[in-house]
Ligand binder design. Structure first.
Ligand code: HEM
Length: 307
């Protein structure tokens, strides 16, 4: 092989995950603030039933449904391009798949909500299929941008997702309308099938991802970064859709009631948005205890104490 001349002005690019983190930092921050503002409205004391949770998950679930359906369909397709198949196989971790879990969780919540609630969740789910179709089309056009969906949506589970999980679990059994909480979406198992916070999966996923991303050329890497930025925008659009969709809440009055109840509970003025800051501090300290290997114990203890 003839050695290629090295261009001295060319500096090697950082690893893709590092570039992704830097490129999405501001968008992530904006999205965090919106989620931290809205999530308390879905759980006690602002809410006494899981209907808003179900609606939110029915909408955000479209992202997981779309990219996981694309991934599994492509891996089963004998005609699928070999280079892409190699890429997909490197990042495919079956234990990470969330769609079957979320579908099952939502079936349980819907059953508990009764006919009217179930209909409302199904309506919003139907309306948000537009997101599903949009993502499937994006992945068909540029299959390598699957990396953007996996990086963004799986790592979300291991960071903010851990905090969100703790919020939902602590809502208790009267909120979930039953002793068992339909929250398997947020749960992971270790290879022996024991419940865990998925730290091993996160590490394996990050390693596989960094390896797989070496297969991309510069243009493809740029497209993955752009798609991840688009995805954060899409998440923000979903929050807006959930905030403003007429079928999200029974009426605008109900929405104001939720906000008023939350603000009363937190003894804050509605205009300050000051629920966000304490929540952020809570998240920061929670991460400290969740991110270590020993956190599996904390994990189970938390669950027990929330019952
Ligand atoms: C749909 C919503 C969200 C998405 C898509 C998302 C996505 C991500 C992604 C892709 C990362 C990078 C992970 C890594 O490189 O290891 C991350 C990190 C993080 N996220 Fe989120 N996130 C979301 C919501 C939240 C929320 C609500 C919080 C706070 C409650 C949060 C807190 C964090 C923290 C603390 C980190 C670690 C930052 C760091 O290591 O620099 N996220 N998130």
């Amino acid at each position: 092989m003839v050695p290629q001349p090295v261009c001295e002005s060319e500096t090697p690019r950082s690893l893709l995950p590092i570039e992704l983190l830097a490129a999405t930092r501001d968008k992530h921050h904006a999205l965090n603030l919106q989620i931290l503002k809205n999530l308390p409205l879905c759980v006690p004391p602002a809410s006494d039933s899981p209907i808003l949770y179900a609606k939110g998950m029915a909408v955000f679930g479209q992202i997981y449904y779309a990219f996981e359906a694309h991934l599994t369909a492509c891996l089963e397709d004998k005609e699928f391009d070999e280079t892409l198949r190699d890429l997909y196989k490197r990042i495919y971790v079956p234990r990470l798949l969330r769609s079957p879990r979320l579908r099952r969780d939502l079936e349980i919540v819907n059953m508990r909500l009764g006919d009217h609630g179930k209909q409302e969740v199904e309506d919003i789910s139907e309306r948000s299929m537009i997101y599903y179709r949009r993502i499937r089309a994006a992945l068909c056009a540029k299959p390598h941008v699957l990396l953007a969906y996996m990086w963004t949506m799986y790592l979300a589970l291991f960071n903010g997702g851990r905090w969100m999980r703790s919020q939902f679990f602590s809502a208790g059994s009267s909120f979930w309308l039953g002793q068992d909480f339909p929250l398997s979406f947020w749960d992971f198992e270790d290879p022996t099938g024991t419940a865990s916070n998925g730290e091993d999966l996160k590490v394996a996923f990050k390693e596989n991802f960094a390896e797989a991303s070496r297969l991309l050329d510069d243009t493809q890497r740029d497209e993955v970064i752009d798609e991840s930025k688009n995805l954060f925008d899409l998440c923000l659009e979903m929050v807006r859709f959930l905030e403003g969709g007429p079928s999200l809440l029974a009426s605008p009055e109900t929405f104001s009631t939720h906000i008023a109840a939350t603000n009363r509970a937190a003894d804050r003025s509605p205009t300050t948005g000051s629920l966000v800051l304490p929540a952020w501090h809570y998240v920061a300290s929670l991460f400290g205890s969740l991110a270590t290997a020993a956190s599996n114990t904390v994990w189970r203890r938390k669950e027990l104490s929330s019952d």
